[in-house]
Design a protein around this ligand. Structure first.
Ligand SMILES: Nc1ncnc2c1ncn2[C@@H]1O[C@H](COP(=O)(O)OP(=O)(O)O)[C@@H](O)[C@H]1O
Ligand SMILES: [Mg+2]
Length: 217
């Protein structure tokens, strides 16, 4: 379970995240949406432990995996890029196939396109078990097919590990298909919190209604 109380992140005078209370149940998948700069990455980085809060408390599971917004590759081919996280070769092959990267398995990972690189980063993260998975815009660089593959891989990982998942996203398709719950951030504050379908079809306030109207399906 994640339990957040009075969590704040400030830069100088500016408060970029302010969450009085948020609880995420074990095994729940939460999508985080909101405009650029609304605090999605800040919340994920605070939960990952990479960023220090300006106040408040966070209770979370011990084994956390975090995939940053900017995908990256290490030297060597795609297989090496997955196995260096610690899994064996057959698991790396399986994940690369699942993300439709098998044909590129022996290519230099640094030569991949943005969407391919993002899928490779996901393979590396999903090759290890965890209790809390944090994904920052995992379909941000993907085309429609790539996004579908990412969504399927997240769903499979969830059913295999039973982990809790937080995914920041600009994709309503991802929120609807990979998450049980959707939170919308507005300038660092939670503006809406509920089932993705309900928020998408009947937003609870005017700001959310306006935000959802601009969301492409
Ligand atoms: N190191 C920093 N110094 C000052 N402001 C920052 C820093 N990091 C992030 N911010 C600000 O915090 C706000 C939230 O950023 P972020 O969490 O990355 O938003 P999102 O992921 O929703 O686009 C933004 O306005 C951003 O400019
Ligand atoms: Mg971000």
């Amino acid at each position: 379970m994640i339990e957040i109380r009075d969590l704040k992140k400030c830069y100088g005078e500016r408060t970029v995240l302010d969450i009085p209370a948020l609880t995420v149940k074990d095994g729940e998948a939460l999508a985080l949406a909101g405009p650029n700069g609304s605090g999605k990455t800040t919340l994920l980085r605070l939960l990952s432990g990479l960023l220090k809060s300006s106040g408040g408390t966070v209770k979370k599971p011990g084994k956390v995996l975090y995939m940053p917004q900017q995908a990256y590759a290490f030297k060597g081919d795609l297989i090496r890029n997955v196995t260096l996280a610690g899994c064996d070769r057959s698991e790396a092959d399986r994940l690369l196939e699942k993300l439709e990267l098998s044909a590129l398995a022996h290519k230099k990972a640094t030569s991949l396109s943005g969407g391919e690189l993002q899928r490779l980063s996901l393979c590396r993260v999903l090759s290890v078990d965890c209790e809390l998975l944090l994904l920052d815009e995992p379909t941000g660089a993907c085309d429609a097919r790539g996004a579908e593959l990412v969504i399927n891989a997240i769903r499979e990982y969830r059913s295999k590990t039973g982990c809790t998942v937080l995914i920041s996203t600009h994709s309503p398709v991802l929120a609807l298909n990979a998450a049980d719950r959707l939170i919308i951030l507005n300038s660092g504050r939670i503006e809406a919190d509920g089932k993705p379908k309900e928020i998408l079809t009947s937003p609870e306030n005017e700001w959310t209604q306006h935000f959802i109207a601009g969301w492409k399906i």
